[in-house]
Design a protein around this ligand. Sequence first.
Ligand code: FDP
Length: 281
Amino acid sequence: MQDIIDAIKKASFEIQDIIQKGDTSKSDNQNSTGDTQLKLDIQSDVVIEKAFKQISSVKKIVSEEQENIIDINEDGKYLIAYDPLDGSSLVDVNLSVGSIYGIYENDFTGANIIASIYVVFGPRVEMVIANNDGVKMYRVLDGEFKYIQDIKLNEKGKLNAPGSTQQCWYPYHKEMIDRLFNEGYRLRYSGGMVPDLHQILIKGGGLFSYPGTTDLPKGKLRQLFEVFPFAYTYKMAGGQAINGFEDVLNITTEHIHDTSPCFFGSNYEINKVLETYKNHA
Ligand code: FDP
């Protein structure tokens, strides 16, 4: 596992360079979900694939930017699903973006995720590693990642990050979001999943939601590359991650690019979501 962490650290320095100096324009390609890929997405993907191909403990990899799983070492132990540069369209407006990695054993399912790592590229570069030991944050200082703190969510937070197109929200979802604002929650949503979820983790709690909507009943965020890695991190930090009804790590994945409605937060807010959604199964 240390080899994987070292590879991610090294790749992150290269990706930071690509973000700072690279071309933010669109490529001519679309990824499997139909998003037009930016040149930055493709360049970051190349860096990560190259790094993982050199590690003997890696069995298979799959990128959000690619159609298929890539076999690396038959005898390897770990399977890695990653989103090389989530929120890449925000580079243009100089907001934070990030990379997300889910590390799995046996197969790419929520039940088999065993660690997750994300890297935030903002005014600072930070990496958060979640595994059996809990959740730890590192920051680039003097050219290397240094340990900064453990991350633990409070029982209740103050931030509300409601994603997706509001016009397409189901009425009960809108009422739940409004109730949180009426309790004094503050809006914090940049449109970058990594910094938005990082903010809630660092500030101790709150709710990030990307629900099913009338236009996208299964939500937008991809299970393997986005939802499961952050679900694992939130659970290890003492919070919860659900699809509205149950632990999102228990859901079935039929295809590597499947999406799922998702809610990440501290216990108080997630219990509010469960109470609301239980009547709308
Ligand atoms: P993006 O499509 O810009 O890469 O992964 C998808 C994502 O960004 C997340 O980072 C972000 O949380 C979400 O989409 C934002 O979507 P909405 O604008 O629909 O809320």
